[in-house]
Design a protein around this ligand. Structure first.
Ligand SMILES: [Zn+2]
Length: 377
């Protein structure tokens, strides 16, 4: 089967994150088994009690408690939702050298290329073990990969994590963190301010402090990134109930993307200090912080064997990504990780996402050759 035919079959299986990914995992398991890989499913129920499965396929070793492999090719099975008006979202459509469909770019193209490479390699004699790791729920918070990392299921020496990078190896990525901040005031008639405490005024002062923290974060730079520092955003602010009511509540949604090497909790410490400062100024200031997400970034050394190999095979110099990827979880498992795949991240997640056919075919060659160099030679 050609890589393009494989991609068409993968796109035809609806695997939006809200649905179960059992169908696509069954498909992948069958293909891997036919190629001589041993497989194991790692199922779990998601927050809505929908069955999700991480799948690991192995060649050159068996499943064991301290599973070590030389190379892992990692792709997420889920996609973002698609607009119902996109009639051909699940039908891979070719036009002008491009293949269109939901997931065609992010990240079923990588999965199709990894499967194809694995089938080519299956004929070779592996000297070191190879794994294919197919995860669930990447698009909604790297949940499948986090479960694998927490359980310490597998320890790859090298990992290639499939995301659209236009075939450029990305050796580092920023983390992703979120916190919900609730400022509590006391409601009263706005004609009598002394009877209440405005949560909106309190929230506004905290927003000022967050802007100061954002400036402070610019002092810690990682030159491989653009922007080179941890960015911070207050994306949402909500408060109050009416024009003539002193606001009883104000909510802020805070997001930040830490550079690798910086603790995700660093911003929370700065935020706590700002809240303490406000409490000293105003003893009635009440504020709760719910740190909803704290994903670390990752970094693999520029002189890592995997980085230099993928630079050589792709002809592209290594770069960095500003979006969150499963490379962080692979790093936690001990891998030197690189993010790489066909297609452009700027067309991912939108109606009409596509992968250029020439890049898809190049990716098969790159993954096949990388696997040969690391696991066969
Ligand atoms: Zn993706």
């Amino acid at each position: 089967m050609t890589v393009q035919e494989t991609l068409a079959q993968l796109v035809a299986i609806d695997s939006v994150s809200s649905r179960s990914n059992v169908e696509i995992v069954d498909y992948l398991a069958e293909r891997c088994t036919a190629a001589g890989f041993g497989i194991k499913r790692f199922p779990y129920a998601d927050d809505n009690d929908v069955r999700k499965v991480n799948l690991i396929a192995l060649k050159g070793t068996d499943f064991s408690d301290s599973l070590r492999v030389e190379l892992a090719l990692v792709g997420h099975t889920d996609t973002v939702p698609y607009d119902v008006r996109w009639a051909e979202a699940l039908k891979l459509t070719e036009d002008d050298g491009k293949l269109y469909g939901r997931g065609a770019c992010d990240t079923k193209a990588f999965i199709a290329a990894a499967l194809t490479a694995a089938e080519i390699i299956a004929e070779d004699k592996l000297r070191k073990p190879l794994a294919l790791i197919f995860t669930a729920d990447e698009e909604i918070g790297l949940i499948g990969a986090k479960r694998l990392a927490e359980a310490g299921i597998i320890h790859p020496r090298f990992a290639i994590v499939g995301e659209p990078t236009s075939l450029r190896p990305m050796r580092a990525g920023k983390g992703y963190c979120l916190a919900e901040i609730l400022i509590k005031g006391r409601e009263a008639h706005s004609a009598y301010p002394a009877l209440g405490t405005s949560a909106v005024f309190g929230g506004a002062r905290l927003v000022n402090e967050l802007e100061r923290i954002a400036e402070q974060l610019k002092g810690h730079v990682h030159p491989a990134f653009d922007p080179s520092y941890t960015t911070l955003n207050v994306g949402l602010i909500r408060g109050g109930t009416a024009k003539n009511v002193i606001a009883g509540e104000c909510r802020l949604t805070l997001e930040w993307r830490p550079i690798p090497g910086q603790e995700p909790g660093r911003v929370l410490e700065l935020l706590s200090a700002a809240i303490e400062k406000e409490k000293q100024r105003n003893p009635e200031f009440v504020c709760e912080v719910d740190a909803a997400r704290a994903d670390e970034g990752f970094e693999t050394a520029l002189d890592s064997q995997l980085v230099t190999l993928l630079e050589e095979l792709s002809g592209n110099s290594a770069g960095t990504v500003a979006f969150g990827t499963e490379a962080a979880q692979m790093t936690q498992l001990g891998a030197e990780a690189v993010v790489m795949g066909s297609g452009d991240i700027r067309v991912a997640h939108r109606t009409g996402e596509y992968v250029p056919i020439d890049q898809l075919q190049r990716l098969v060659e790159i993954l096949t050759e990388a696997t040969r160099r690391l696991c066969v030679e």
